[in-house]
Design a protein around this ligand. Sequence first.
Ligand code: IPD
Ligand code: CA
Ligand code: CA
Ligand code: CA
Length: 271
Amino acid sequence: MTDALHQDLLELAQEAARRAGELLRDGRPADLAVARTKSSPVDVVTEMDIAAEKLITGLISGRRPDDGFLGEEGARAPGTSGVRWVIDPLDGTVNYLYGLPTWAVSIAAEQDGESVVGVVAAPMRGETYHAVRGRGAWATGAWEGERPLACRPAPPLDQALVATGFNYVAEVRAHQAEVAGRLVPLLRDVRRSGSAAVDLCDVACGRLDAYYERGLNPWDHAAGDLIAREAGALTGGRPGDRPSRELTVAGTPGVFEPLQRLLEDFGAWHD
Ligand code: IPD
Ligand code: CA
Ligand code: CA
Ligand code: CA
């Protein structure tokens, strides 16, 4: 029963992510502008973020009217079925605004508060990643075909390629830049792609050794975190915690732990 439910949720999430991805890819206006800002003047929303969320919630609630929703652009419903959808309709809005290709649609389904299905579609890469709890993580795509995902064997920390991101609030950013500055000389290098969901999937694909960020919301990491874990990565927040607004870390075992300790030493979640 649970397996059949999870399969149904997966297929629905895949359909919603594919259709929203097509809308975003094919419907991007040439004169795309900022519709409004949120936490700061650089925290922007476009009409396409809103249109993609509408498409996803409309499709899912048409098929499963009793499910709950938590969407970045305002979808909120408690639901009565025990299933809640956690949706980032466009992760990487600033990239999308500028025409940079790293952005994604991220959809997770939670059952009784735990992520059981995660789908991240990255249309400009021609790749979609998915995971079902206990059934592994997979990618489908033009470049490498359909394949199971596995994170990389761990290098020593000074050979690790680690991604991060920056919050939209200036004071948080200033501290994040300080922490990143202390990490750079201790690692192979640092990347900032502009999409937390893509970063988490890149850990799952073995294209990054680890990723960390402070200040994420549940819709940024709900799907990517499950995909990374099902690919064998360790994920968490502050030592002993789950991914949170204070800190989200994902990494191949062997890089995750020393990175988490360094982030603790550097006070990554303090002001
Ligand atoms: C943002 C991206 C970015 C991360 C920010 C997120 P959005 O999401 O994931 O990479 O650094 O913290 O807020 O606003 O583009 O959906
Ligand atoms: Ca946003
Ligand atoms: Ca996001
Ligand atoms: Ca978003």
